[in-house]
Design a binder for this molecule. Structure first.
Ligand SMILES: *[C@@H]1O[C@H](CO)[C@@H](O)[C@H](O)[C@H]1NC(C)=O
Ligand SMILES: [Cu+2]
Length: 374
């Protein structure tokens, strides 16, 4: 049996033992609770309004970052399963690491990340007294030139996430899987609220969830960012008629030439050595949630053009790297498509069972948020 087959079997066992439609709906009494902003009433009348980072006041920016730091200081709940998790913040990283092979380059990408970011937003509010919404980062505003990218207000050391790391030559580093042209950093972040004396990346890089405490690294690739995040691909993906096309355009290829805006934001900040460039452990960089906030906004924007139809339109293979994401020879060349009833797994981050249906409408079910601007 090939390793990939084994993974498939294990996944099927998980999928159908945990989430068969006949299984009793277990209402978990332990935390984390999924927060319903509109208690009990399943109608979202006063959604949270997510705003672009630079439109927040300096005070609002500081409140958001303070809430992130609060989550980074709260005790973990998933440490039994993920020994490296030192905080509730890390639990989100661990969940993403453990699910990585099931939520990228398949039909789960957009819905899974939507629920992850919404849960993060809910816990910043419920556990850390944050009273705003999750902000997003519209990187098209910064991808106008290399200089604009480097000088984005999001990297401010005063009321942003801090900037680049010092240059590290990674040209001979065998651990680098994707060569990113024009990388400029690679070392530990040197200013702002997430320097090594203030924040420790606990797990990763890659698939490991054992303790591996280290600094947060960034490796800006401004030219790459300009070529991928300048907005032309956003427009192209927005013109898609079906979710299948939209999703394929947003996720892009794994080779640099075919990468689009989702990898654009990851590698534009993470380059070759930065945490945000790591497919598994990228949520270790708090910018992850602002980048994915924008990826989510673009899905919501696309959906808003025809809500009735597009909140039911889902597509893509169940298996990672099955067509149309068949970039690797050793992966399945056919796969059942996902459906609205496909279960999604969060490794204990979210209680109970979740399906894609739960993620289709930002103002339906457990979700109650929208964006200031589409
Ligand atoms: C903008 O993005 C498109 C698509 O990635 C790319 O072809 C084009 O070269 C980019 N423009 C600039 C000025 O880099
Ligand atoms: Cu991801």
């Amino acid at each position: 049996m090939r390793a990939t087959d084994l993974v498939v079997v294990i996944w099927l066992l998980m999928a159908f033992s945990v989430a068969s439609p006949c299984a009793p709906k277990s209402k978990s009494t332990i935390e984390p609770k999924r927060v319903r902003p509109n208690h009990g009433v399943n109608k979202c009348t006063t959604p949270l309004i997510r705003k672009e980072w630079r439109t927040l006041t300096s005070a609002e920016k500081r409140q958001y970052i303070a809430a992130v730091k609060c989550l980074q200081a709260r005790p973990p709940r998933l440490q039994e399963d993920f020994s490296g998790s030192r905080s509730r913040y890390d639990d989100f990283v661990a969940s993403h690491i453990s699910q990585t092979g099931y939520i990228h380059f398949n039909g789960f990408f957009h819905p899974w990340h939507r629920l992850m970011v919404a849960q993060y937003e809910a816990e910043l509010r419920s556990k850390c007294h944050y009273n705003g919404a999750q902000p997003y980062w519209d990187w098209t505003l910064d991808a106008k030139s290399e200089e604009a990218w480097i000088n984005s207000p999001i990297f401010s050391p005063v009321d942003g996430f801090g900037g680049n790391g010092p240059y590290v030559d990674s040209s001979k580093d065998p651990s680098v899987q994707t060569r990113i042209p024009g990388k400029t950093g690679g070392g530990c972040v040197q200013d702002g609220p997430f320097t090594v004396d203030k924040y420790i990346v606990a797990m990763g890089p890659g698939v490991w969830t054992e303790p591996n405490p280290r600094c947060l690294r960034r490796d800006f690739a401004p030219a790459f960012a300009v070529s991928k995040c300048n907005g032309s691909e956003v427009e192209w993906s927005q013109r898609a008629e079906t979710f299948a096309d939209f999703d394929e355009r947003a996720q892009g290829d794994i080779k640099v030439a075919g990468m689009t805006y989702h990898p654009g934001g990851h590698f534009g900040v993470g380059g070759e050595l930065g945490e945000l460039a790591n497919q598994h452990s990228s949520p270790g960089d708090p910018l992850f949630y602002l980048h994915h906030g924008n990826v989510d906004r673009l899905w919501a924007k696309w959906q808003a053009k025809d809500m009735k139809k597009r909140t039911k339109d889902i597509a893509g293979p169940i298996w990672q790297f099955a067509p149309p994401f068949h970039f690797l020879d050793d992966r399945p060349d056919t796969s059942e498509p996902v459906t609205l009833d496909s279960p999604m797994h969060f490794s204990g981050l979210l209680p109970g069972e979740v399906t894609i249906r739960d993620a289709m409408d930002t103002m339906g079910g457990h979700l109650c948020y929208t964006y200031d601007k589409f």
